[in-house]
Design a protein around this ligand. Structure first.
Ligand code: UN1
Length: 484
């Protein structure tokens, strides 16, 4: 391995101090696997417990801090991320494999999220004063911090997802133990390094890198952790939920999707193809919001497939840092093998292969694959299971009612899009899609940072993330009665 690019070692941040791990791991560049992005410290369960204890000890202090102090801290973090967005984006692109423009965009989004929650720290409201049903009694309803929150984040948005958990947690006065995916330890560390310079009381924010089995499990099991926010797979989410439920910890889960994008006969076809390309294939399809089911009305089915196929052929798959790359590599060899297996299984179950789905060689050795498109039937696995890669299928619908029925026939319910020029259809779809987010003439992926994010059914559990709604998860409501 080429070690010349090795940056400063990514260490744990526990109780206001940088610490070595019990062991160490390497994160590598998926565009060029000879390049080690960082050597990071790996914690075991007992080190994770030290961080949890530090967060619990810091809670009384931070939870009593003034809104002004919280706002200043979050604003400082947001400003630094925004000022360093190019550098952070470069690190993200090297470690996760997003194209450089996508990665810089994500870094900026992380900065904006901290800025947004700096404002929210000043608006900790929910404070209502009501007259009681009893004479001379007044009632007030206020929100209070929860305590220690454990934040478990995935590799696909290594800056934005941590930001949209850490920022509201701190804004509402909680202390944090943050466990990023090991695949993106350098990004987790870079974010922690910025946060460490924001004058938080020691122990308020802790970074613990390591495996789900050791660190994640410690967060789930510890009676000192009051709430857990998790983004990742359904299988791990279920384990988090079961573990947390056993000791009645508050839980928020964001998991998979198999998001439909409807293309109606009256749609602007060029725009629909654009939405499909962006929604299904950009960020290498590695988004829970990806438009992986393209449900197309019969009259435009063949024209849509032909145009989409043409667009896919023109996309450049390559090194995330190379100018002009549209689709970067898959995050690692495990995910690439999974994607290729899904492609093979789609062929076996009789889905019609349109294009792509092959491993690609590039000048550097990386986890490259061509964007894959199939024509499928709704009962086939390719139309039902999340793949989390640049693989999508087209499902033919007889009419709008049929398309809507297919759209809702899934265990998931994160988001759903429709391309149409009919206002009536768009309005009907917004009401009847069984999801948490709807998009009209937009890709299902790529959401705003100041509004609620989340879904229904197997996609999500617990209160929504982001925007003002984040308060529902990160605070506890208290009702006070006063007899005058
Ligand atoms: C987006 O599409 O802008 O893991 C964000 C995910 C989501 C984030 C998607 N939690 O893909």
């Amino acid at each position: 391995m080429k070690r010349s690019d090795l940056q400063q070692k990514a260490r744990q941040y526990i109780n206001g101090r940088w610490q070595s791990g019990v062991t160490s791991g390497l994160s590598e560049n998926p565009s060029d696997t000879r390049e080690v992005v960082t050597e990071y410290a790996r914690a075991d369960r007992s080190q994770a417990e030290l961080a949890i204890r530090a967060a619990a000890d810091a809670f009384p202090h931070w939870s009593q801090s003034t809104p002004q102090r919280r706002a200043d801290v979050l604003d400082q973090i947001g400003s630094e991320i925004l000022a360093r967005r190019e550098e952070l984006g470069l690190l993200l692109a090297r470690e996760e494999g997003k194209t450089l423009p996508e990665a810089v965009g994500e870094a900026a989004r992380a900065g904006q999220i901290f800025k947004f929650f700096a404002g929210e720290a000043l608006r900790v409201s929910g404070s209502q004063v009501l007259a009681s049903v009893r004479a001379d009694v007044q009632v007030d309803v206020t929100r209070e911090p929860l305590g220690v929150v454990g934040l478990i984040t995935p590799w696909n948005f290594p800056l934005a997802i941590p930001a949209w958990k850490i920022a509201p947690a701190l804004a509402h006065g909680n202390s944090v133990v943050f466990k990023p995916s090991e695949l993106v330890s350098a990004c987790g560390w870079a974010l922690a390094e910025i946060i460490s310079r924001a004058a938080l009381p020691a122990g308020t924010f802790n970074l613990v890198m390591g495996s789900g089995r050791e660190v994640g499990q410690a967060l789930v099991d510890s009676p000192l952790v009051d709430a857990i926010s998790f983004t990742g797979s359904v299988a791990t989410g279920e384990l988090v939920l079961q573990g947390a439920a056993r000791r009645r910890a508050k839980v928020q889960l964001e998991m998979s999707g198999k998001n439909p994008l409807l293309v109606l006969a009256d749609a602007d076809l060029a725009r629909a193809v654009d939405c499909a390309v962006q929604g299904a294939y950009f960020s290498t399809g590695q988004r829970c919001t990806a438009s992986s089911r393209l449900i197309v009305e019969a009259p435009v089915h063949d024209a849509f497939v032909a145009q989409l196929r043409q667009r896919l052929a023109s996309l450049k798959v390559g090194h995330a840092l190379e100018r002009g790359t549209d689709i970067g590599p898959v995050v690692d060899r495990v995910q690439l093998a999974r994607n290729l297996a899904a492609v093979a299984s789609a062929r076996e179950e009789g889905a019609e292969h349109v294009c792509g789905g092959e491993a690609l060689q590039r000048a550097t050795v990386g986890h490259y694959m061509s964007p894959a498109l199939f024509l499928a039937r709704p009962e086939q696995r390719i139309a039902r299971e999340e793949i989390f890669g640049p693989v999508a299928c087209v499902l033919r619908a007889d009419d709008y009612a049929h398309a809507l029925q297919i759209a809702n026939d899934t265990p998931f319910g994160l988001c759903a899009g429709i391309c149409t020029t009919s206002l009536a259809r768009a309005m009907h779809f917004k009401r009847h899609a069984k999801v948490g987010m709807t998009m009209v003439n937009l890709p299902t992926a790529g959401v705003d940072y100041h509004v609620p994010f989340g879904g229904r059914k197997a996609s999500s559990y617990g209160p929504r993330e982001q925007g003002r709604h984040a308060a529902e998860f990160y605070t506890s409501v208290k009702t006070g009665y006063v007899h005058a």
